[in-house]
Design a protein around this ligand. Structure first.
Ligand code: ZN
Length: 155
C-alpha cells in the first residue's frame, strides 16, 4: 500500500465511522460551523476542565467524507490536550493544509501526524480545503467562545 492509498483508507474509515460523534451533555463550550459550498455542517462540543485541559470533545453534524473524517480525526487527537497545545496544533494543521509540506508541532506523535497528513492532498482543491478545515475553525470558535456560527464563505 503506498502513502496515497493509506491516506485514502484512513479518510474513508473515519468518514464512514466517525469517532466522537455525539453530544456531550455537560459541555462548557460549543460552536457551530457551516460550509455552504458543500453542505457540510458541524457542531463541536468541548468540556474544558479547570486546568484548561480538554477533558472531552465531540461533534454532531453531517456532510461529505472529508469533512466528517476531519472532525473525527481532530476530536481524537485533541482530547486530553491542554488549550495552548490545541491552538498550536490547529495553526499547524491550517498552515499545512494551505501551503506547507509538513507539520511542525512537537506535540503529536508520528502516528497522529500521519492521520493529519491524510488531508495534505486537498491543497490543490480549494473547495475541499473548506471541507477539511470546517471543524477546525469551529473548534477555534468554541475555544474562543465567539458565539459566532463559522461560515467557510466568510473567513
Ligand atoms: Zn464537504
Amino acid at each position: 500500500m503506498n502513502l496515497k492509498e493509506l491516506y485514502q483508507e484512513i479518510i474513508l474509515d473515519h468518514g464512514k465511522n466517525p469517532r466522537n460523534l455525539r453530544k456531550i451533555d455537560n459541555h462548557n463550550k460549543d460552536a457551530k460551523g457551516h460550509n455552504p459550498l458543500c453542505g457540510d455542517s458541524v457542531h463541536v462540543y468541548l468540556k474544558l476542565n479547570e486546568n484548561k485541559k480538554i477533558e472531552d470533545i465531540s461533534f454532531e453534524g453531517g456532510g461529505c467524507a472529508i469533512s466528517m473524517a476531519s472532525a473525527s480525526i481532530m476530536t481524537d487527537l485533541i482530547k486530553d490536550k491542554e488549550e495552548f497545545e490545541v491552538k498550536e496544533i490547529v495553526n499547524d494543521f491550517l498552515e499545512m493544509i494551505k501551503e506547507k509540506d509538513d507539520l511542525k508541532n512537537n506535540i503529536l506523535s508520528d502516528d497522529e501526524k500521519t492521520k493529519l497528513m491524510c488531508f495534505s492532498g486537498v491543497k490543490q482543491y480549494p473547495m475541499r480545503v473548506k471541507c477539511a478545515t470546517l471543524s477546525w475553525h469551529t473548534l477555534t470558535s468554541a475555544i474562543n467562545n465567539s458565539q459566532e456560527i463559522v461560515n467557510t464563505e466568510k473567513n
